[in-house]
Design a protein around this ligand. Structure first.
Ligand code: ATP
Ligand code: MG
Length: 394
């Protein structure tokens, strides 16, 4: 069957009261963006709390569904047949034709689920259910009705046009990107941070990213891996401005001046400071990291407190209570995992001490950071001045 339209289901945004139009507009805009790269001509139409995608002529069905499955805010994508109201007999005829085409094997149980949104339709919902059910049973005696657990649900919604659909392809849920401000993701080449970015974007937040690069300790391939990961998540988040910060001199300076067991913590504090600088410059309202309590020495409660201390902005850590396996599952779902596990060094592993502190004391850290006072401001400024911004779009 060549469908000419999709009915788009969205949940959360429907309950947002006055903001509803804002949310719907953001959703439509994200859908337009996602469909731009798909073969075909797509028109998106809002009507009475519903969003339709209508297709003109030939189009790439799988490509369109895949694109829409990356748009946050969409709960379901329903290939739908839209019919003019030409009386119940005509409708029944169309439904029978639809079933015949979409379900070559008629051995299934079904239920008719009618909804009369237009109250001047002569039959009530229950009457439509009963009469349509009978017509289907007459036409296809192999089928049977099961009102509790039907294998197929025939939805018939009487609106301006009559909507007939029985397939609901799951969308990603969440809220449309662009409805909840912007945040700066600290994006490494690991498994966690791309997932963290995905999760915050899912709540409607636009994402920018910062990556700390330490050439020659980290290779061009390591940087390319981060670019690739940003590209993968940008399928969901929309375009990302990736800030690539040259972190080598800062790292070396810390390495020279500070006790090695504190390296990671001090380094992470400077990462947060720099990320916050770019966040403010780009009107972000928060930072995002892929940290999870206890995962490594730098993510104990004490270490997180030490890292957090330098930030004035909220730091969002959506993975904070997740086990690695749970993170891996999301990473696989969003197709980032295979890229994340490529074995290129990241800048933290080069300078990792054998026995990093797991319970850093803020006093000790503050004291040791004084040893950086001579050059650190200039090095920070240098890192800011030499940032490379890469615009990433899926
Ligand atoms: P990930 O899998 O995201 O790399 P991780 O388990 O390796 O995380 P850490 O190396 O302690 O953990 O990093 C914690 C968080 O700090 C990361 O999730 C990321 O948000 C940020 N981060 C770490 N290294 C970098 C980097 N080189 N550039 C940007 N952000 C980084
Ligand atoms: Mg890492």
């Amino acid at each position: 069957m060549t469908y000419k339209a999709f009915l788009i289901k969205y949940a959360e945004i429907a309950i947002k009261g006055k903001n509803r139009y804002l949310f719907e507009d953001a959703l439509v805009s994200q859908m337009n963006h996602a469909l731009k790269k798909v073969d075909g001509t797509f028109h998106i139409r809002k009507e009475q709390g519903r969003i339709y995608v209508e297709m003109e002529g030939e189009y790439d069905y799988d490509g369109a569904v895949e694109a829409l499955q990356h748009v946050f805010g969409i709960v379901g994508i329903c290939p739908v047949v839209l019919l003019e109201d030409e009386g119940f007999d005509a409708l029944a005829g169309e439904v029978i034709r639809y079933i015949d085409e979409v379900y070559p094997d008629k051995h299934f149980t079904f239920k008719v689920n009618a909804r009369r949104a237009r109250k001047n339709y002569p039959l009530e919902s229950m009457e439509i259910n009963a009469q349509m059910g009978e017509r289907i049973l007459e036409a296809f005696p192999e089928t049977s009705v099961d009102v509790h657990k039907p294998q197929v649900m025939f939805n018939i919604e009487i609106r301006n046009q009559i909507n007939v659909y029985s397939t609901v392809i799951p969308g990603p849920g969440g809220m449309p990107v662009g409805t909840n401000g912007k945040a700066m993701l600290l994006l490494s080449g690991g498994i966690d941070s791309p997932v963290a970015g995905y999760m915050i974007a899912k709540r409607g937040v636009t994402i920018d990213a910062t990556y700390f690069h330490a050439p020659p300790y980290t290779s061009e391939r390591a940087k390319q891996k981060v670019v690739d990961l940003a590209k993968i998540i940008s399928k969901y988040t929309g375009p990302i401005n990736l800030h690539v910060v040259n972190f080598t001199d800062i790292q070396l300076y810390i390495y020279e001046q500070c006790p090695h067991e504190e390296l990671t913590i001090i380094m992470r504090r400077y990462m947060m400071k720099l990320a916050e600088h770019f966040a403010k410059e780009n009107k972000c309202l928060g930072l995002i990291t892929g940290e999870s309590i206890g995962q490594v020495a730098s993510q104990t409660m004490q270490s997180l407190a030490a890292t957090n201390e330098v930030c004035t902005m909220p730091v969002y850590r959506p993975l904070i209570g997740f086990d690695k396996q749970e993170i891996v599952e999301i990473s696989e779902k969003i197709d980032a995992y295979e890229t994340s596990i490529l074995p290129y060094e990241d800048c933290c592993t080069i300078f990792v001490a054998k026995h990093p502190v797991t319970k850093p004391s803020l006093n000790v850290i503050h004291n040791d950071e004084r040893k950086l006072s001579e050059k650190i401001d200039a090095l920070m400024q240098e890192a800011i001045d030499t940032v490379e911004v890469i615009h990433i779009e899926a």
